[in-house]
Design a protein around this ligand. Sequence first.
Ligand code: MTE
Ligand code: CO
Length: 426
Amino acid sequence: MSRDLDRPPADMPSRRRFLSGAAALGAGALAGSAARAANPENLPPHVPDWSRYLGDGVDARPYGMPSEHEAHVVRRNVEWLTADPVSSVNFTPLHELDGIITPNGLCFERHHGGIAEIDPADHRLMIHGLVDRDLIFTVDEIKRFPRTNRVYFLECAANSGMEWRGAQLNGCQFTHGMIHNVMYTGVMLKDVLAHVGLKPNAKWLLPEGADASAMTRSIPMEKGLDDCMIAWKMNGEALRPEQGYPLRLVVPGWEGNMWIKWLRRIEVGDMPWHHREETSKYTDLLANGKARRFTWEMDCKSVITNPSPQAPLTAKGRNVITGLAWSGRGTIRRVDVSMDGGANWQTARLDGPSLDKSAHRFYIDFDWDGREMLLQSRAIDSTGYVQPTKDQLRAVRGENSIYHNNGIQTWLVRSNGEAENVEVSS
Ligand code: MTE
Ligand code: CO
């Protein structure tokens, strides 16, 4: 069995070791169009190459792909993090995105047993246990329930998990990239459960995936009857195999491990399935040896995506600071940005739809005089909860956790524009 990212690695990698890796990644990232000098032959007053010839016709690209000049915009993994890519994670390139929607091909992936390649004709969803009638649905039968479209973030509970003991990974793709924000089309789980009929003592759900890991999680019935969905589309097209094609469970605002992909079975019971490894595994070990359990909701969090270590500032003067904020408990009310490590704060401009349990985009438009900055963002959600500093978080949770690190991130931006993952005490 390969080492599981969702367990604390025995040999916590040293920062130095990562930085040598980061240098290589940085070079790759900078190979994009921004870093290349322009070819003067293509600049005014010349007629550029692409204006002289006819281009491809409409039959050349039946499924469109990004420009070749965007080839550096990809999911990346950190090879030394896990022993094997089959039970591993790659990261959304947050520093290359804008708005609130994650393109399907860039949604981070987290698999415990690799990607199941499923023929939907051969896929079934069984619902059984404390129900009036056990039923097996085809994918088409699931699609006949009333449909709904909702935009939600999915954040792995281990996102930022490598940062509990100090600044570690040099790029928001790696520190915060275990998140994606997608519009799902699907049906409400409560409608499907009403169809099978719940027994009075039906209190828990155990969804299971059809992948080699047959992943399961216990989910309380109240959540299942509230806003959970069975989805088959993301951003308008079929789920990608990586994201659970043909069916996945959507568990809004709650940790990613509950969003079972390749959904093939839901057992209905009266207690959590404690014998299932997953139920006891996802806990947060505190300094006193006790552990937090059932920490399902993803707390309010934010990160500045630009500038950041993979996306340095390239010019003085007019600049845009931008980032993402989200909360598993509702919407984002406000985001504050500090340029001096948390001493002074200004309110950022939220732009784009403010949707429940979805990512929010924020901007600060500013003139940069080349001064060194300690950039931070701090989000406040609709419940009034304020994103804590890392020190505040450690005072309560210690440093043994892997999961639920929603502390404030700091980027040191040097006067040459380069940014680095650092921590300031607070
Ligand atoms: N579902 C199955 N069947 N198998 C898995 O390995 N990984 C879980 C969850 N659902 C997993 C799964 C974890 S830990 C996370 S964070 C999310 O899927 C990741 O979803 P994504 O790959 O769409 O980003
Ligand atoms: Co996860």
